[in-house]
Design a protein around this ligand. Structure first.
Ligand code: HEC
Ligand code: HEC
Ligand code: HEC
Ligand code: HEC
Length: 343
């Protein structure tokens, strides 16, 4: 594969005929944020009290605009009608990926309060919003290093997804950007996910690295971090796509598109494993080959995805990207970023 091919992997189907056999599989509808407790959502206005510059950036993104714009699109009405929904904000199907919702009690009705917002990516915040920001009850700069790490550990235990936990936030992006609902794609006519790549999709309009420099610049991720994003993005794509194929029950668009995704991702991971001497990548490439991309194969596909996930987490812990220089020529360039960064 040449440089462009690797960069485009995930965009283009370089597929050698995945095996697709008709059959039936009981699929639970696994939406992105389905497992979340929406009574724990505080809403973006609360974040804005301290994070003004980040909020300003967010207001310029598709994630913000989808709240108002998506329901007005003709395609949206068609998808909803195909799915038997009277209103887009009825039930949880569209809410899970296009909106931030609150709930006054678990299991109660959900109210859409904004588009995809801070907590959609950093986690429902009720239990961590105070602890992450209170400097352990001291003044800024007065905590011991132990107090600082205890504060962050407590925030993560309470559900905060921090920028440093790249595997977690990348999984979260892809839980929405690979649309793992067969019915929504086949019957609803919804796009079968995005042509997603972690560097180009996080460093364009989404980028809001404006906190630790008091809003002076919107800093690009360092080249080490970009390398790591490039690798983790491929690894998580493989994991999520294998699980998505595992939910395929019909020989139709969903199964074909998800099989292409998985096949492209495993080729990209295998290619990275040849370029970088990283045992975890070799393990992922092997795991990706242990399950056939066919209908009714959830058990084997989920087992393979679990192996990929373990190797991904280990890679994320062990490497910071400084030894990944061999992939620099494959990194997306600013002209390829998705949307323009603010500032
Ligand atoms: C009362 C002010 C305050 C509020 C409200 C607040 N934050 Fe923060 N936030 C902070 C402070 C202070 C820090 C930096 C702490 C430090 O430097 O150790 C921070 C840091 C962060 C970080 C960076 C974490 C890291 O690993 O470096 C994220 C992400 C974040 N906040 C998200 C949010 C979100 C999302 C909300 C709303 C749900 C929110 N914050 C609400 C004050 C606040
Ligand atoms: C699993 C997450 C997920 C679910 C569930 C979901 N969407 Fe989407 N939707 C997306 C993503 C991601 C995109 C962007 C696709 C791309 O990159 O082209 C999108 C794009 C769209 C678009 C085209 C872009 C736009 O905003 O106009 C429409 C319309 C849309 N969705 C409507 C719906 C409707 C209606 C529902 C509920 C019936 C729904 N979606 C459920 C993730 C989801
Ligand atoms: C809760 C679901 C969800 C999460 C989490 C999520 N996205 Fe999105 N994203 C969407 C949807 C839906 C759209 C399409 C919105 C529209 O156009 O109506 C979108 C659009 C985008 C766009 C604009 C695409 C375009 O067509 O220009 C970018 C860039 C993007 N997302 C990047 C990311 C990144 C990077 C992450 C993780 C850090 C992420 N997203 C996490 C649901 C999500
Ligand atoms: C699409 C997902 C997404 C959304 C929405 C989002 N964030 Fe982030 N946030 C991230 C990611 C990913 C990073 C790390 C990016 C990087 O390293 O380039 C980050 C980084 C941060 C940081 C650290 C910035 C720095 O200077 O290093 C803060 C603080 C933060 N986010 C707060 C917020 C707040 C507040 C909101 C809502 C206004 C928000 N985020 C919305 C995904 C998101």
């Amino acid at each position: 594969m040449d440089a462009t091919a690797l960069r485009m992997a995930g965009f283009i189907a370089g597929i050698g005929g995945p095996v697709l056999i008709a059959g039936l599989l009981a699929t639970g509808t696994v939406s992105a944020q389905t497992g979340w407790d929406h009574t724990d959502i505080v809403g973006p206005d609360e974040c804005a009290e301290c994070h003004k510059a980040e909020t300003e950036v967010w207001r310029g993104t598709h994630h913000f605009a989808t709240f108002r714009e998506m329901p007005r699109r003709r395609e949206a009405t068609e998808i909803a009608r195909n799915m038997g929904l009277r209103r887009i904000k009825e039930g949880s199907l569209c809410l899970d990926c296009h909106f931030t919702t609150t709930q006054t009690r678990r299991g109660g009705p959900r109210e859409a309060i904004s588009g995809i917002s801070c907590e959609s990516c950093h986690g429902p915040a009720k239990d961590w919003v105070k602890v992450h920001s209170e400097y352990s009850g001291l003044k800024e700069g007065q905590e011991t290093p132990q107090q600082i790490s205890a504060r962050w550990a407590a925030s993560e235990r309470a559900g905060m997804i921090r920028p440093g936990n790249m595997a977690a936030w990348a999984r979260n992006c892809l839980s929405c950007h690979v649309v793992p609902q067969e019915d929504l794609v086949n019957r609803g006519g919804h796009p079968a996910g995005s042509a997603f790549e972690l560097v180009s999709w996080s460093q364009g309009e989404i980028r809001h690295n404006v906190w630790y420099n008091d809003g002076r610049r919107n800093e690009q991720a360092s080249v080490e971090t970009q390398r790591k994003m490039f690798v983790i993005g491929r690894a998580v794509e493989l994991e999520v796509a294998l699980r998505a194929v595992g939910r395929a029950t019909q020989r139709a668009e969903y199964a074909v598109e998800m099989a292409k995704r998985a096949d492209t991702a495993r080729r990209a991971v295998a290619q990275l494993a040849r370029i970088l001497d990283v045992g975890e990548l070799a393990a992922m490439a092997r795991a990706g080959q242990t399950a056939q991309l066919k209908l009714n194969n959830a058990t084997a596909l989920n087992r393979a995805a679990d192996q990929v996930a373990r190797a991904t987490d280990q890679l994320a812990d062990r490497y910071d990207g400084s030894s990944f220089g061999a992939i620099d020529r494959y990194l997306p360039q600013p002209a390829q970023y998705k949307g323009r960064p603010a500032r």
